[in-house]
Structures are given as C-alpha cells and as structure tokens.
Design a protein. Structure first.
Length: 132
C-alpha cells in the first residue's frame, strides 16, 4: 500500500454524524473529537461537498458523516473546511505525484481546499469514519 506521511499538526479535525453519537465513544470516531450535530450543521450551512457537490447540511440531516477541518487552535471554526467523510477519505487514498506528474508511493495528505496537511492519525481517523 501507499505510505501515509506523518506531518506536524496544522489542523484540528472533527467528525459529526448521527451514527457517531455525542459521546464520541463510537469506534468510527476513533481518536477524532466529535462535534454536535447542531454545531456541525451551523458550520456546514450553505456549503457543498468538494466531490459530489452535495449540500452538507442536508447530508448531515440524512445521516452522513462529515469531517470539519479548521486551522489548529481555531475554536470558532471560522477557518473550517467541511467535507463528506467518504469523499475526503477517497481523496486521501489517491497517490501524490511530483512536479513531473510521476507518482511516488505516498498518499495525499492535504485538505483539498485549504491545502493544509493532516497528521497520519487524522488521516487514519478520517478513513475509519468513512468506513474505508
């Protein structure tokens, strides 16, 4: 398989979804903190997924798991990017390429919008949440 790089933490990553519950003790949540559905809906309102353009507020209402990634330490979540867990997980499974377009055995490790890097534990948590 592809190597998952380990990076310095640039982002705080949260999960939200009806099946994760509020305790955050579900196996799907793993080590990532869980945002309440109410908070996640407020942050995701008016936003669409970067892959299938599904409105994220509706996706949450239908039981999808959403990833909220904000700049490290931003408790207001003003810098947050929001993605469907399944879309972000798929993106993070793709292989990185160098400047000449050649793959080099390392999977993607950045937020597709902010381009900030995820840590290895965050990447693994996102895959777990997506069930992939």
């Amino acid at each position: 398989g592809l190597e998952v790089p380990d990076n310095v933490q640039e982002l705080d990553v949260y999960l939200s979804g009806a099946r994760l519950g509020l305790g955050g003790d579900s196996a799907a949540a793993g080590t990532l903190p869980v945002l309440s559905l109410e908070r996640a809906r407020a942050v995701c309102e008016g936003r669409a997924d970067f892959v299938d353009l599904e409105p994220l507020g509706e996706a949450l209402a239908q039981g999808a798991v959403v990833v909220v990634a904000a700049e490290r330490g931003d408790l207001s979540l003003k810098t947050a990017q929001c993605h469907l867990a399944k879309s972000l997980s798929g993106w993070l499974q793709e292989e990185q390429v160098d400047g000449d377009g050649r793959p080099f055995g390392v999977c993607k490790d950045t937020d597709p919008v902010s381009r900030r890097r995820f840590t290895k534990a965050q990447v693994e948590g996102i895959h777990r949440a997506a069930g992939s």
